[in-house]
Design a protein around this ligand. Structure first.
Ligand code: ASP
Length: 608
């Protein structure tokens, strides 16, 4: 037997017990004739004391960092206790030890505050994983996993595996493909998600399915994306949207309770996509704080009301506003006292390439009732007051205004709102605020191809009262500039996203389950009948054999874990993640393969 206890287990109550431990040497400290060693395993750290009698043995077998050590000894009370660790009141007086394995000098210190940079830690990820900080993240991940499984199991969901080698049907992201040796010239694709399989399982009668499953998307990796990531993927039959929303806010609340001991008892707020865009400029708003947008002038026509302020800001000879497609504002509470330096710095902030604005206009709503702005030349104080009022500002606030093209300005003001929220301490990491965003547009206009693409995916159903519009209108976009006037741009989907603190943590929809509507959907996306059959014949076929109404959702498991762990990075919650270029620097993958492998696959490289 290698050990009687773990390194995190022994307490003062076990003094005088004879125990054996095994673990890794974290530190060796010599004090005259005695040597202290911190022995570490997954469960904690225990101090070992090697007395004078072991000096000879230690000289013959010196210990080094990360050596694997087995010891026997007696538990004793420590003279200087360490209140920071649970075993801090005791130590083991060692009477025998065996070095089970030596270690080379590790490339970085395996401690909470490591001296290892990102690249080094990724190359030696197996060492990085020994560190407490990383271990805690993996423990949290497992806790989320367990909690979700328990909840789903208790609610009759069945975990059913679906294949990884499937057919390539790119729509949305690019597929990763795998050549088939047995079928030369043919390729499998790795699933972007088990979407069609879970729908087929509904046709098969498994009315509650889930899987915690890897998904693969060959995307250009924007910040904090992984080419392979994990979803909590779920589907239910005989449900309406309301059933899904209730079931899955239950899931997240359960995870909050189990993992963070948070009682999230209130109903999760709901907001339409249009309201989210209109009020926050963003389809995943952080609603931990207000600072809602005001549209001083907007071309955003999807249901948004053009505010009367448009007239106020127009025609003052201030070209930036007069000529802009959109003018949007937020009122930053209590910031009227910002100095010139601070407003200049904010202006530089919005001019950064990531934000891409030309400039920033501000109005200070001074406590004494006066108004001061960067556009004093163009607007009377009375007008400034009127603008500030319509931006919802009160005395003490700083109104921040951006103007420009609709989409960019909306994104920029949304980013500015989040930044101001952060600077003002309104985005408290310990506060969790969930939100359902609903009624997304069914289609998005793809400028490059002048066609419609599915905003979510092609299996999402339109809102029941929008089905007619979809069926009765030709999807063809005759005038690209006026695509917003095409009836398809107003069709809303039975789709919903769950948002947590400004992050999309899950998304799903009620599905189409009738063949004719699914065919119409494929046609709307520009697929010919043959293409639709070639790519999705299996699904259309299945819809002929008694497909029940169904819907589902998938949660981004890595993201959920990172938010609950208070980290910005999903990589910290993945045991063996890839870097920003999609490389596994530990394995050095992807890499070239042997000529023999190419021969077997009958593939010739044609690198450009
Ligand atoms: N399969 C979808 C996705 O990966 C989620 C869903 O509709 O259930 O986004």
């Amino acid at each position: 037997m290698y050990r009687t206890h773990t390194c995190g287990e022994l307490r003062i109550g076990q003094v005088n017990d004879v125990v054996s431990l095994a673990g890794w040497v974290q530190t060796v400290r010599k004090f005259g004739a005695i040597t202290f060693v911190d022995l570490r395993d997954r469960y904690g750290i225990t101090q070992l004391l090697f007395g004078e009698d072991l000096n000879g043995a230690l000289d013959a077998n010196p210990l080094g960092r990360e050596f694997v050590l087995q010891i026997k000894g007696k538990v004793q009370e420590r003279s200087s206790k360490n209140a920071n660790i649970p075993t801090g009141e005791i130590e083991i007086n060692v009477n025998d030890f065996v070095i089970l394995n030596k270690s080379a000098v590790p490339p970085f210190t395996i401690q909470d505050d490591t001296d290892g940079g990102d690249d080094l830690r990724m190359k030696y990820r197996y060492l990085d994983l020994r560190r407490n900080a990383v271990k805690k993240n993996l423990e949290l991940r497992y806790a989320v996993n367990r909690s979700a499984r328990n909840y789903l199991h208790e609610n009759n969901f069945m975990d059913i595996e679906t294949p990884f080698l499937i057919k390539s049907t790119p729509e949305g992201a690019r597929d990763f493909v795998v050549p088939s040796r047995m079928n030369p010239g043919q390729f499998y694709a790795l699933p972007q998600s088990p979407q069609t399989f879970k729908q087929l399982l509904m046709v098969s009668g498994y009315d509650r399915y889930y899987q915690i499953v890897k998904c693969f998307r060959d995307e250009d990796l924007r910040a904090d994306r992984q080419p392979e990531f994990t979803q909590i993927d779920c589907e239910m039959a005989f449900v309406e949207q309301e059933d899904i929303l209730n079931m899955f806010e239950g899931l997240v609340k359960r995870v909050f309770k189990d993992v963070k001991n948070i009682d999230y008892t209130e109903q999760v707020e709901r907001m339409t996509w249009e309201d989210a865009m209109w009020q926050f400029g963003n389809d995943k708003p952080d609603i931990r704080f207000g600072m809602n947008l005001s549209n001083l002038k907007s071309a955003f026509s999807n249901g948004g009301k053009i505010t009367s302020t448009g007239e106020l800001i127009n025609g003052a000879g201030f070209g930036v506003f007069d000529n802009a497609e959109t003018v949007l504002a937020i009122a930053a509470p209590g910031c009227a006292e910002y100095t010139r330096k601070q407003t200049d710095e904010l202006t530089e902030w919005v001019k950064r390439p990531q934000i891409g604005m030309q400039g920033l206009v501000y109005i200070k709503c001074n406590a004494d009732g006066t108004y001061k702005s960067s556009v004093d030349k163009f607007y009377s104080e009375e007008k400034l007051k009127a603008i500030a009022d319509s931006a919802g500002a009160v005395a003490g606030d700083l109104v921040l205004i951006l103007a420009g093209r609709e989409e960019r300005t909306r994104k920029a003001i949304s980013d500015l709102r989040l930044e101001m929220g952060k600077r003002l301490g309104l985005r408290n990491a310990d506060e969790y605020k969930l939100l359902w965003v609903m009624d997304f547009p069914l289609f998005e206009y793809a400028e490059e191809d002048n066609r419609w693409v599915a905003r979510h995916h092609p299996f999402t159903s339109p809102k029941p009262d929008h089905i007619e519009v979809m069926i009765n209108n030709n999807p063809l976009i005759e005038n690209a500039d006026k695509y917003l006037e095409h009836p398809y741009s107003n069709i809303k989907a039975n789709a919903y996203d769950m948002v947590l603190n400004g992050n999309e943590i899950g998304g799903g929809s009620i599905r189409i389950y009738q063949r004719p509507l699914q065919e119409k959907m494929f046609a709307a996306l520009g697929m010919t009948e043959e293409e639709a059959l070639h790519k999705f014949g299996f699904l259309l076929g299945a819809f002929e054999y008694g497909a029940p109404p169904h819907g589902g959702i998938a949660f981004g498991f890595d993201r959920l874990c990172s938010i609950l762990g208070g980290s910005e990075s999903i990589r910290d919650f993945i045991a063996f993640p890839k870097n920003n270029s999609g490389r596994d620097v530990m394995l050095d993958a992807p890499s070239a393969i042997d000529d023999k492998q190419f021969d077997e696959l009958q593939i010739k490289l044609n690198l450009k």
